[in-house]
Every structure is written in C-alpha cells, then in structure tokens.
Design a protein around this ligand. Sequence first.
Ligand SMILES: [Zn+2]
Length: 486
Amino acid sequence: MSSKYEDVIIGLEVHIQMTTLKTKLFCSCNADYRSAGANLFTCPICLGLPGSLPVVNKTAIEFATRLALALNCKINKSMYFFRKNYFYPDLPKGFQISQYNKAGGKAFADGGIITIKLKDKKKDLQLNRIHLEEDPARLVHKGSIATSPYTLVDYNRSGITLIEIVSEPIMRSPEEAREYLKQLKSIVQYTGISDPNLEGSCRVDANISIKGHPRSEVKNINSFKEVERALKWEISRQKNLIKRGHELIQETRHWDGRVTISLRTKEFEKDYRYFPEQDLVPIEIDQEFIDKVRKDLPEMPNERSTRFQDEYQLSEFDADNLVLDKNIADFYEEGIKSEPSFGIDDYKLYCNWLMNDISGWLNDNNKEIKETFLKPSQLIDLIKAINEGKITGKIAKTFVDKIMKGAPVSEIIKKSGKERISDEKALENIAREVIEENPKIVDDCRKKPSAKEALIGKVMAETKGQADPEITRKIMLKLLQELGIE
Ligand SMILES: [Zn+2]
C-alpha cells in the first residue's frame, strides 16, 4: 500500500439492478424500462398512488438468495420490509420500500466476503450485509445536475428491483475499491441476476474519510469505472482541507465526472424515520428453498478459474483474468472446444489473443464481445493460419480490426496479399541484395555478432514483415558464413 493512502478509509454501497427479472419488485409492470418511452411502464403501485398494494416478486427473493450464497453471506430466514421516508421528486410515495437491519428489522443477508488480488497479494474484504429495495424513478437533467434549467422524471424505473451490497469500511485505497468492484461485478454476472454491463445497472455510493475526521458520502457514481477517479479526487480534497487547517463536515456529495460537489449536510439515518412496511407480509425463507437455490447455483468465477487451470493448463494469472468477464470466458471455451486438433500450446495462444489483442480492441472501441461480429471460429482460423505458416503473428495482429467486423480470416489473408514468404529461393535473393547494399553492417558483423540482427531485420523490412523469421535467419547466417563470418 502506498503511504499516500495509509490513513484512508473507504466503504462502498453498491446498488445493482436485477436486470434479468421480467417484472418490477412489487408490481407486474415490465422491468425492461430501457426499452420503452418515458413513463410507459407504470401502474398505480409503482406510481405510489393512494390505496395501491405492493406484492413482492418471488423471483427477486430467489435471485437475492443466489447472490447471498455466491458471496458467502448468512441469509436471514425471517424478515420484513421497511419504509425509508424522504421527499424527492423521484419518489412519488414519499418513501422507498427497503430493508433495515435495526429497530427489529433484518437485512436480506449478513456478512459475506469478496476476495481481491492486488499486486499478487490476496485480501478478503468483509461485507456488512446485502438487502433488497426498489429503485426510485429516473431524473433526467439537461446537461449537468448543477446547471440544468429543469428536471424531467421517468417513472419507468420506479420499482425496479435493486440489491444493495454494503461493504464494511475496510478498503484502504482507490485501487482496492476498483478491484473489489471488479470481482463483485464478475460474481453478479455469473449469478445471472443482472447484466452489469448495461448502462446504469450498477451504481455506487462511496463513504470516504481520513482517519479521525468526519466522512463524506459521494452519491450515485454511475459506473464502476468512475469510482476510482471519484475516490482519488475526494481523498485529495479532504486531505488538502485538513492540511490547511479546515474542519471537515459530514456531508453528501455528488460526482459530476470531474469533481465532487456538496449536495447537503447533516443527513443522518434518523432523518429517514424507518418503520415497518405494513402493506407487505413478512418473508419466510426455509432451508429447503436455500438448498435448492444452492444446488442450481451456476459455476462461479473462482471455480471456473481453477477448472481452467486444470483442464487447459493455463497459469493462475491467465485463468483469473480470462474468467473475469463471463462472456469472454464463454467465448474462450466455445472456441477451443470446437477445434479437436488444438492442444495446450493453442489453449494458451487462444487465451493470449483474447486477453491482449481482442480485449484491447474492445476497450478502444468501448464494446462488449457480444456486440461485435467476432465468432470463436474466426480466432481458431487465425491461430491455425499462424501455426501453418500462412501468415506471421505480426501480420495477424494487423487483421484484428477486420476480424472484429466479421470478415473471414481466409478472405482477409487473400485480399491483404500478406501471406508469409517461406520460399527459400526468394528469401535468399532478398538476403543477398541486403548484404550487397549494406557493406558497413556486414563489416560490423566481423567485430560483433549482434550486428547480424540488423541484416535479418532489413530482410523483414524489405518484405514488410511477411518473411518467415526462422527461414530468413537460417539463410542469412548461411550467406554470412560463406563470407567467412561466423
Ligand atoms: Zn407498476
């Protein structure tokens, strides 16, 4: 840990929408709110009209159980919902139906662990609890929240199921927080309860303090990628104030993508006047139900990594990175399983291509693998073309953009005119020319053997990287030998 952060304390509250649920948490409205025009997926319950009665979505309970088991939390078998009272335009009822772990209430599940790896060191980060709650409506601002002349409200999102994962205040740096979110996102994706890549499906409230000072809460950071930046900014803000002798205050702040802005001060839990939601019956979860969910729990990323190390002989580092995004790991398995001729070397090669060139392209283009035309079989064809000596690895890298857009590998090779040159006669002719044109380098070779590399490099350059490097080397050494250069 760098000393820069040694007195920093970070706790995260992550809200994840269960985007794979068909309906909302307390009504039967369509939960795919992103697909509809504003305010089309609403009913008296999610609009909070007087007299409407909520009924809990049973699948949401099953999904929460899945996540609790995946995170090793202890599920509370008897619980009820609470009303969290506050006034805001995104909340037509004047309260949010949530769970509360005080005043006789219980969270959905307590405890749990997320294991992170930072600089090759493993660390278990403790969770405090996870609980279910409803999403408020969506406020739409023109431009930024601070300068928008008006606010629009879309109630399609009102009543969408959220699961909130609350960590203990145990993270000690923005990097730890980043790794925590990376692992959490992966676990959520594997449970199948949410597509964490959908915009707005994961939102984070971060509590940040410097030891001995009041904390601030940065609300609604809208993507996991932003959290590390927001934390770094807020930590330096707090440290600068302390350095200049100012007192910090407990406050709620907003991250606008560049800086955090104070929203309100002196907001405490008691302000929410939590009390039990009388319109919903208590929830009882029996052991039989938990056992069934556990039995059907999909393979989790850590198990998959271990299996990849066993079955495909990947290193722990490779396997851990490969399994992180389930879609990439699925793509990997589909690919290598479809090619019976592939062996251990190819498994490693396929992994390298996915994690380096393909992932690099996805990052640069801000896309998920599912959003591209790349098929597992294309990567097979590319690796086979390299293995069979049709193209060099270097040339293959220049094909990435085209294969991502779905072009067949054989066609790209044909059109590019970049087949590997392995014809010994042709290469010998080029090598002779290079020797003739570069007497000075040839002379250098007599004094220092490393100068031979420069001549080999010139043949490669002459053929625009298409010359087979091994054959070229063999020919060049033979020709130099004829000149008495060993
Ligand atoms: Zn509704």
